[in-house]
Ligand binder design. Sequence first.
Ligand SMILES: *[C@@H]1O[C@H](CO)[C@@H](O)[C@H](O)[C@H]1NC(C)=O
Ligand SMILES: *[C@@H]1O[C@H](CO)[C@@H](O)[C@H](O)[C@H]1NC(C)=O
Ligand SMILES: *[C@@H]1O[C@H](CO)[C@@H](O)[C@H](O)[C@H]1NC(C)=O
Ligand SMILES: *[C@@H]1O[C@H](CO)[C@@H](O)[C@H](O)[C@H]1NC(C)=O
Length: 532
Amino acid sequence: MKMELDIWLVLVLLAIISDTGNSANIAFYGGPGVGSHFSTIAALGEELVGRGHNVTAIISGEVTSVKNDVRYAKLFHFTSTNRTASEGKLKDRIDFVARAAVSGDFLGEFAKNKEAMREYWLYDCDDMIKDDDFINSLMEANLDMFIIDPGFGCPNLLPEILKKPFTFFFPTHLEEHLAKALGSPVNVAIRPSYSSGFPLRMTFWQRLHNFLRVEVFPSFITMRMKSTQEYRSLRNISPHSSPTELFSRAELFLVNMDFAVEFPFPISPNVIPVGGITTKPAKLLEQNLEEFVQSSGEDGVIIFTMGSYATYMKEELIREFMTAFSRLPQKIVWKVTLNFPKNIDHSKFKAMSWLPQNDLLAHNKTKLIIFQGGNNGFYEVVYHGVPCVVIPLLEDQYDVASRIIHHGMGVKLDYHTLNADKIEEAVRTVLGNKSYKENTARISSMYGHRTMRPVEKAAFWVEHVIQHGGTHLKSVAGELTWYQYHLVDIVGFLALCVAVVFIILFFVLRIAVRLICTIWWKYRHCKAKKTE
Ligand SMILES: *[C@@H]1O[C@H](CO)[C@@H](O)[C@H](O)[C@H]1NC(C)=O
Ligand SMILES: *[C@@H]1O[C@H](CO)[C@@H](O)[C@H](O)[C@H]1NC(C)=O
Ligand SMILES: *[C@@H]1O[C@H](CO)[C@@H](O)[C@H](O)[C@H]1NC(C)=O
Ligand SMILES: *[C@@H]1O[C@H](CO)[C@@H](O)[C@H](O)[C@H]1NC(C)=O
């Protein structure tokens, strides 16, 4: 009897284990396979692999570096198309963004090159969609879920062609046109729009600007939606669906933001905030770097990085930074750029082409980070509680800067008017006033107070919609017309009701008055007759 019970128990346990080990086939796309978009979505891919899923990374055939990266090679299958832009061409595009970023007129440069960008997008679409081998390999992979970065125009056509469910993963905070497409409420009165850099409490002119940005002028996302629609007509892929309709088919929308630092605003249940997806506990620094950091003594070190964008920082500007840093007692760990001088003081500066930023931020000798306000870097700063000086260059970096200022975590510098004095002053301000460190520590502790790590939460929700679909999370906003959504029909109807009531009242009164008049007249008339 006892024996039987044991076997029974083992069987039950086995059943439980094999059930939770239910492995799904998942593919993700975060651009061609280079840069922060890819590494951000790959962090989610890695977690899903850890949970026993079979994960495929869709990349450009020409980007061999990611396939050769041993860390990724161990985790993912790769599917790529051989009809792609050469690595050289891809590099040209990335360089274009970097140059535009440091040129001082990012949007202007973009506008000038709008046609070229559009061609790139369509070219990318064709690369994927006209490659039968590629489409067939995805078909054979028997996918349960696509995870897609909607910052890239065409890949959400893949689930459309393959008739597969998909989840969006947006690598930064919520962009309002995407939010609308997914049925989330957007109120420009209470939330600064994407890339505006406005504060939480906006002035009248900022709110006006905010309204125009969202409701009147096209955004990158809407431009992309539009060019994809033209492309769909051309290739006969759901030609009659609107871009919004296609977007709203996403089961789920994972967004790399967290309300510990993000300005509060309402979202619908299919929008899941998973801010700081790349944050993780630190590892020890490699010996060489550890020795350098330890040698900084009481004063500690400053991390300086402008991300991959600032490759083309001008030599004069690098000299301004050199001058500013040489006046400060801290040592500098510097992510180098193309024009970095060779003859630097190696006891003061540690120049590295790649920074173990997460591990450096966790180090107790790190006093401050100077960075461009990239979203992943921002959440790593929040996670480890390091005060900062932010120098935004483009897009969401202005928004990150406004959050940093709002929470008193640091100060902002304007890239285009930088000089040694301003840099030195900013660093001295943040290091000389305890409030920045205290605010950052408070926010960091708030951010850490949660039930799951962001990457676990993201993976959990992906599993949830694989199992149950996402229809129960979607608001019906997408099914309504604009006048239904804004209740124009209801207000119109009520106005009509009120009008009808008034009209009826008017006629009733008129009849009443006439009646009274008639009676009155008759009475007077009779009276007059009598007195006659
Ligand atoms: C892509 O690969 C297929 C075979 O897998 C080949 O027939 C085709 O010519 C290749 N296309 C290009 C552009 O290299
Ligand atoms: C995992 O996915 C790949 C396609 O990317 C497929 O070739 C492979 O057979 C899958 N493995 C399992 C165990 O399903
Ligand atoms: C800093 O970290 C080291 C270990 O890396 C530890 O020995 C030391 O006590 C820490 N110092 C402070 C002030 O926390
Ligand atoms: C420190 O900074 C806070 C907030 O910016 C400010 O209110 C305070 O006056 C500063 N303290 C000193 C000593 O400068």
